[in-house]
Design a protein around this ligand. Sequence first.
Ligand SMILES: Nc1ncnc2c1ncn2[C@@H]1O[C@H](COP(=O)(O)OP(=O)(O)OP(=O)(O)O)[C@@H](O)[C@H]1O
Ligand SMILES: Cc1ncc(C[n+]2csc(CCOP(=O)(O)O)c2C)c(N)n1
Ligand SMILES: [Mg+2]
Ligand SMILES: [Mg+2]
Ligand SMILES: [Mg+2]
Length: 286
Amino acid sequence: MDDRSLLDSIRHLIGEDETADDCAAFDLLDGRILVSSTDMLHETTDFPKGMTEFEKGWMSAAVTLSDIASCGAKPVQLLVAVGLDDPSRLVPFMEGAVSCAKTFGAKVSGGDIDSHIELTVVTTGFGIVEKTHYCRRSGARAGDLVCITGTPGLAMAALEGDERYRKNLLTPIPQVKAGQKIAAAGASSMMDVSDGLSISLFDMSEASNVGFALESAKFNLPDVRAGSAREYYLYGGGDFGLLFCISRERLPALDAEYTVIGKVVGEKGVWCDGEPVEKRGYAHSW
Ligand SMILES: Nc1ncnc2c1ncn2[C@@H]1O[C@H](COP(=O)(O)OP(=O)(O)OP(=O)(O)O)[C@@H](O)[C@H]1O
Ligand SMILES: Cc1ncc(C[n+]2csc(CCOP(=O)(O)O)c2C)c(N)n1
Ligand SMILES: [Mg+2]
Ligand SMILES: [Mg+2]
Ligand SMILES: [Mg+2]
């Protein structure tokens, strides 16, 4: 059992629509949408060994800012709740969280403190987006191009010991500016690839009721250990790039760095060079 199948057991309580996106949405009825997202990270499952407290704080803010960015929204506010095994960890941890929030235009405005057996963090964030620019995982249409920002797989390479990409793993950069530009250019759908490219494509396929035909010749494969590039690219998590679909006509208006990796097709599923892609990625399991 993993977190995705467990989520399936509560979708009827929360709503199919609500649980099919990176953020929840609240219509402010003035032409804007308030988006919100929350993420929980734990010492043992989410923070690789050797991270500084500052890096843990940065990562905790970054994962939530990334979900806000994936809706095309401007992040405004973060709340950071911290369960601590050792109270002396709080100041450097919060310095990292505040630094990340500030870098991307948000303010840490509250949180909570508790004692706990392992460092446990819940970061909740809010962002604002014009209704006309608001992007969701649904909305991709057959014929659209499939694109990504950044180079998927670098965080996983670092997790496997490649020191060159340590920063990609430990201090991820949420694609806040790119998200707003992609949304303003009229992308049909968008999400972040926190859990890996393949599993994110499957999530988007479900939400949009379409499929994806990728072309490996178009992949901007990472420079990693021989034989691992494709594995990391498709299945590695923790990169926080944006996956988006956009019509061919709208793409020239997009002033951002991206790679076109394939196109949207009518049948649900994910294929690469005509072969089915495995549905797997970073997951929590029991
Ligand atoms: N316990 C829960 N109760 C209600 N909704 C939930 C719960 N867990 C997840 N969801 C919702 O399900 C959707 C998918 O969650 P998921 O955590 O996979 O997305 P994410 O935050 O984009 O990914 P990541 O955890 O990698 O940051 C989101 O809309 C989320 O709010
Ligand atoms: C052991 C380990 N493996 C991978 C990563 C990279 N990483 C950081 S957050 C995240 C996904 C979102 O988390 P969640 O799905 O729990 O919200 C991933 C894949 C890491 N930091 N540590
Ligand atoms: Mg997400
Ligand atoms: Mg999240
Ligand atoms: Mg999750």
